[in-house]
Write a protein that binds this ligand. Structure first.
Ligand code: HEM
Length: 135
């Protein structure tokens, strides 16, 4: 059996994120959010994600943008439901596990879940506020 290695550096993050985006863009539920709704330009978007994950996992200090707002904008352009977050996490965790194992690999999955949860709570609260304002 070949033992999987842990996520160790930016090159590993690039491999992880590229594999993850191959899955997202191949997924019927998820792909339209990136292509049709957000019109993401991958050449610009992917390096931002490399910086983000390098900062999350290795404190690289390369990401100082707002990771929340783009998801709120996306939600108001096309509602993000539980099933979207569940699929996102399933594809992300699958991409991690396919290539890596270890402390950083574990941390990546934990951080993804916690950030997904924060985005979901924020969306939920905004929806609640919107309902209250309309009543
Ligand atoms: C339903 C789940 C999700 C969907 C559909 C989604 C989709 C997207 C899209 C379309 C963008 C590009 C927005 C733009 O540039 O206009 C984006 C950006 C980003 N996403 Fe997500 N995302 C999801 C969950 C997550 C989670 C859980 C994380 C964190 C672990 C995350 C991290 C990021 C980051 C760091 C960016 C870059 C923001 C920036 O421009 O600085 N996303 N996402």
């Amino acid at each position: 059996m070949i033992t999987k290695k842990d996520i160790q550096n930016r090159d590993d993050i690039i491999r992880l994120i590229n594999a993850f985006y191959d899955k997202l863009l191949d997924d019927e539920l998820m792909a339209p959010l990136f292509t049709e709704v957000a019109g993401v330009r991958l050449q610009e978007h992917l390096p931002i994600l490399y910086d983000f994950w390098q900062s999350v996992l290795f404190q690289a200090g390369k990401y100082s943008r707002d990771a929340m707002q783009p998801h709120l904008d996306l939600h108001f352009a096309h509602p993000l439901h539980d099933r979207h977050f569940e699929r996102w996490l399933e594809l992300f965790n699958g991409s991690v596990d396919e290539q890596f194992a270890g402390e950083k690999a574990h941390q990546a999955k934990v951080r993804a879940l916690s950030i997904a949860t924060v985005i979901r709570i924020k969306i939920h609260n905004l929806e609640k506020q919107r309902l209250e304002l309309n009543n």
